[in-house]
Ligand binder design. Structure first.
Ligand code: PEP
Ligand code: MN
Length: 342
């Protein structure tokens, strides 16, 4: 349930609503809007009788929230969330491009790729320092050394960096270095990790699990928001199907559904969906056409020597070409879809 305050409500009147909710044994979460504040009621098992809140001063209306992912839902926030990462506004009127190698392999490798992707138009540099690998014998990432290289890339190029925290014990370390902390597909329902991410002041990019429904994905995002972190970015990266022509099947139908259901920004990762670089550019065009807020793409200057995910990593020229191709598609999408402001 959402208790919507009148535009002129004072902080004391909002506090009185919060107290009233807490006295009934629930948790209150004020959601500031452009014009007015709404207070969301959390942790209620069944329906709440909203009529008593209508008696309180400066309460405009009481609205039922029907979705189980309350804070994530457009029912509690009608307008799009935008997340500022070092001056780059994810979810805003510009497409956000995140690009870089699968894994940080060395300072020279990371800086070489960072300069290439920045020149082509990328805004945020990606690269794994801790890698969740299927095989325990595969390259596991450089660990903290990789995080330090990411920090150097940021200071030398000015690009914010995104990297994955593969468990809650490593979260402190990753959060210290990263501008955005990534939660990988294999960890989408790692609830200890989600709760830790909920306590972070850093934005979190939450990948969809490879066997997760949209509802499960949004519920995972709810864990992070319920913990107090409202800077959540969703990332569609393909789900597992019977197909063998690609690594996963990119579920582009999830993008308009999630945009309708949620106010959170949605990014598409065509690289992990495809598994093969030749599919990445066409899938990127399609992702932009269906309304994603940005892309996360793997790029390597020498993919044949990459320590992980070489076959899906774009050559620099392919990435530069992709950046040019998606711009007009994004403009067409923007012209035909207007979202409400706060
Ligand atoms: C990654 O982006 O580095 C990654 C491991 O992706 P996913 O979790 O989608 O497999
Ligand atoms: Mn990868």
């Amino acid at each position: 349930m959402l208790v919507v305050m009148k535009r002129e409500a004072t902080p004391e009147e909002i506090e009185a609503v919060v107290d009233g909710i807490e006295q009934r044994g629930y948790v209150a979460r004020p959601i500031p809007g452009g014009e007015r504040v709404a207070v969301c009621i959390l942790h209620n098992d069944g329906p709440v009788d909203g009529s008593s809140f209508m008696q309180l001063p400066a309460v405009k209306e009481v609205i039922a929230v029907t979705r189980p992912y309350k804070l994530v839902s457009r029912e509690s926030q009608a307008w799009d969330t935008t997340i500022d990462v070092g001056g780059i506004r994810i979810g805003d009127a510009k497409l956000t491009l995140m690009a870089g190698p699968c894994a940080i392999e060395s300072k020279v490798q990371a800086l070489t790729i960072a300069r290439i992707v920045k020149k082509a138009g990328a805004h945020i540099f990606r690269g794994g320092a801790f890698k969740p690998r299927t095989s325990p014998y595969a390259f596991q990432g450089l660990g903290e050394e990789g995080l330090k290289i990411l920090a150097e890339v940021r200071s030398e190029t000015g690009m914010p960096v995104i990297t994955e925290a593969i468990d809650h014990e490593l979260f402190d370390l990753v959060e210290h270095y990263a501008d955005i902390v990534q939660i990988g597909a294999r960890n989408m329902q790692n609830f200890t990790l989600l709760r830790r991410a909920g306590k972070s002041a850093k934005p979190v990019l939450l990948k969809r699990g490879m066997a997760a429904t949209v509802e499960e994905w949004l519920m995972a995002a709810e864990y992070v928001m319920e913990g107090g972190n409202d800077k959540v970015i969703l990332c569609e990266r393909g789900v597992r199907t019977f197909a063998h022509h690609s690594r996963n099947t990119l579920d582009l139908s999830a993008v308009p559904v999630v945009r309708q259901e949620s106010h959170l920004p949605v990014i598409v990762d065509p690289s992990h969906a495809a598994g093969f670089r030749d599919q990445v550019v066409p899938l990127s065009r399609a992702a932009v056409a269906v309304g994603c807020h940005g892309l996360m793409v793997e790029v390597h200057h020498a993919p044949e020597n990459a320590m992980s995910d070489g076959p899906q990593s774009l050559y620099p020229a392919q990435f530069a070409d992709l950046c040019k191709q998606i711009e007009p598609i994004f403009n067409i999408y923007k012209m035909s879809n207007k979202n409400p402001g706060p």
